[in-house]
Structures are given as structure tokens and as C-alpha cells.
Design a protein around this ligand. Sequence first.
Ligand code: RFL
Ligand code: PHB
Length: 388
Amino acid sequence: MRTQVAIIGGGPSGLLLSQLLHKAGIDTVVLERRSRDYVLSRVRAGVLEWGTVEMLREAGVGARMDAEGFPHDGTYLATRNQGFRIDFQERTGKKVMVYGQTEVTRDLYDAREAADGKVIHEAEGVTLHDAKSDAPFVTYMKDGTEHRIDCDYIAGCDGYHGPSRQSIPSTVLREFERVYPFGWLGVLSETPPVSEELIYAQHTRGFALCSMRNANLSRYYLQVPLSDKIDAWSDAAFWDELKRRIPEDAADSIITDKLIEKSIAPLRSYVAEPMTWGRLFLVGDAAHIVPPTGAKGLNLAVSDVHYLYHALVQHYAGDDEGIATYSDKALARVWKSERFSWSMTTMLHNFPERSAFEQKMQEAELDYLRMSDAAQTALAENYVGLPY
Ligand code: RFL
Ligand code: PHB
């Protein structure tokens, strides 16, 4: 088989790239290791920057998001008894959209299917070849047979554990990493959200987040030690701990029920440079990970797609400037989102090894944010998304 762009990974970045390129008349094949149902069962991001919203509209997959998503003009930051609201709209003229990654991915699969797009599920042993040459190709196994796809370019949209980044020689790749000494226990509950807007809560027992998917589906998170086992968290223990960490009025009014999903995710910051190697481009989680506190992971994947999509369209129109600058442009934005996610994480979590001095610094930072218009504007500007 031959295609113009072989895309490895059928998560949001691979599917969005393929959909945008299709609309521009560029042929792609998406290779996904998992089944469609498995990909759609993963509960992940919930907050879309406005740039992401506009990219999804541009790709022709915005209709359901516009009908069912919830635009949010602000968010709450809370300590146990002193919450305050940051108004994004007032401070930046922008807002965010609450619409789950699962729904984004479903809309993209539907669009690819409607356009007869080639998305190959359960592709095993995907291997990249000759990315440094002018004739790269990808091989994979499907139903016991080996297949080969020749292409002009390879887009590595295969997440943190995929083969794309690993195919770049270690002499070329530079990695930057911070691993945090805690994780997030995330749950879904078929109950109305406790608040119309998200609540990011700092507490001496650990961080908590109240988020949502729709009017009857709430998403809550607790900071937990990495050593915690998911089975040791009963539903009752989860609700009790959440109530201890969020503001009292929220704790008093929260509606609790049986939890329908429970998982623990570790937190890390990670960047791989460069994001281009020969004819291979890394996109999204394949190149970088952020801790979820800033709600940036999916949004960064989408901004990478934006740069790569335009670079490829330019290339097929005879101009390689975008191809040559893809890595630098994407990384400039990646590092700023890394900084924001790291600073939100640092400001809001409990770090077991923190000194008394560092503890005071954390309190002062949140107190400064509470009283400073400038600090709130800076947070809002980053949260709604920096320009592409
Ligand atoms: P994905 O979604 O990991 O998709 C990669 C795809 O590649 C496939 N794959 C392979 N395919 C073929 N061959 C192989 N050998 C392969 N190996 C892997 C995988 O099966 C998968 O389908 O990466 P992508 O597309 O770059 O998208 C990135 C986002 O998924 C991620 O950044 C966000 O989910 C992060 N994130 C959040 N981001 C936000 O913007 N806002 C949020 O509110 C937010 N909350 C979150 C999050 C991530 C979380 N977890 C669990 C990681 C909350 C959580 C709890
Ligand atoms: C979510 O709804 O899953 C969510 C929201 C905001 C975050 C992280 C996750 O910062």
C-alpha cells in the first residue's frame, strides 16, 4: 500500500491530523494498535482550549461539541474556606469548552468513517523504517499477515509508549523529565456536578479537583500516594476524602452515588527534543507529557497537529518552510504549557518532602493569586490557551 502520510496512533492527535489532511486532499492511513471500542473506553481530558474548539470546527467535527459541550467563563481555586474565582472571559476575552476527550475521539472516528478514511485497528508490531531516507515505510501485522505502507512522511501520534519516539537514535534525542511523588485517583459518577464551574482545591491532605462531563456526569480527582492501590479505595472512602478537601459549601451540597469508573494515573512532566527526525514527526503525547493540573495534554496535542497540518499542506504546495520549522515551532509552545502545568501542579499539590520554607512559599503564592489582578490574568491567559 502507498499513502502520502502514514499516521501511527488513532488517538485524538492521529485522527484529527488525518481528518484535516483529508479535507486538504492529502491521503493518509492511520494505524492503531487497539480496537475502536478500547480507545473509546479511555476516560481522559475534559477541558478544551478555544483554539482546540476552533480546530475541531475547522476539521468539520464541531457540531456535536457545539450542541452538547459546556462553555466555561471561569474556574474556582479553593483552599478549605477561602475560595476565589478566576474569570477567563473578563481577563482574556476567551473561554474554554468542557467536552470530553472520549466524545472528541468518537466524533473524529465517525468523520473518518463517513469519509471512507483508512483507519486500521488492531495493527500489531508497527515498525518504522528508513525515516531518515527519502523513502520511509511502515510495517505491521494484521490477522497474521505482514503489511507494508510506503509513504512520504510518518506522523508519530502513538502516545508516550508508542514506537515512533523510540525509533529515534538516543544520540539524537534529548529527554527532559520530572516525575512527581504522587498520582491522581480519578472517578466518574452519574450525579450532577457539585459546581457549574471546575473547582481546583488545595488542601493539607492533598489536592482535589471537581470537574464534569455533562449535567448528570461528574468527574472528580484526588491526589494520592503512588503506592495506593485502586482496590483499596472504596466508594465511601473516596467521597469522604473528597468532602474533606473541597470547600465546605461544596462538601455539604455534593451528591454522591456509586462510582462507575476508578483509576490512578501517575503525574509527570516530559519533553523529547527534537520533534522531527528525517521524515518522522512526533505529535502529542509521543513527544511530551504534562501533569493534568493545567488541563493541557490534549490541547498541546492539538496545537502540534495545527503546526504539522499546515506544514504538510505547504509542502504539497511546493514550500518546505513549515516542515523545516515544525519542531522548533511546536516546542516553543510545548515548553510554555509545560511551565504552566508544572507551576499549577506545584502550587496546588502537597509535596511530602517539602520544607517548612517551601510550604510557606506555596501558601504565599496562592494568597498572591487571590489578591492580584495581574497574577489572575496570567493564569487565565495560560489556561484558555496561548496563541498558536
Ligand atoms: P493518545 O491519546 O495516547 O493516543 C495515542 C494512540 O496511539 C496508540 N498506540 C499505537 N498505535 C499503533 N501501534 C503502536 N505500537 C501504538 N502504541 C500506542 C494508542 O493505542 C493510542 O490510541 O495520545 P494523543 O493522541 O497524543 O493524545 C494525547 C491526549 O490523550 C492526552 O494528552 C490527554 O488525555 C491528557 N489529559 C488531559 N489533557 C487535556 O488537554 N485536558 C485535560 O483535562 C486532561 N485530563 C489527561 C487528563 C490525561 C489523563 N490520563 C489518564 C493520562 C486526565 C487524565 C486522567
Ligand atoms: C477532567 O475533567 O478530566 C479534567 C479537568 C481539568 C483538569 C484535568 C482533568 O485540569
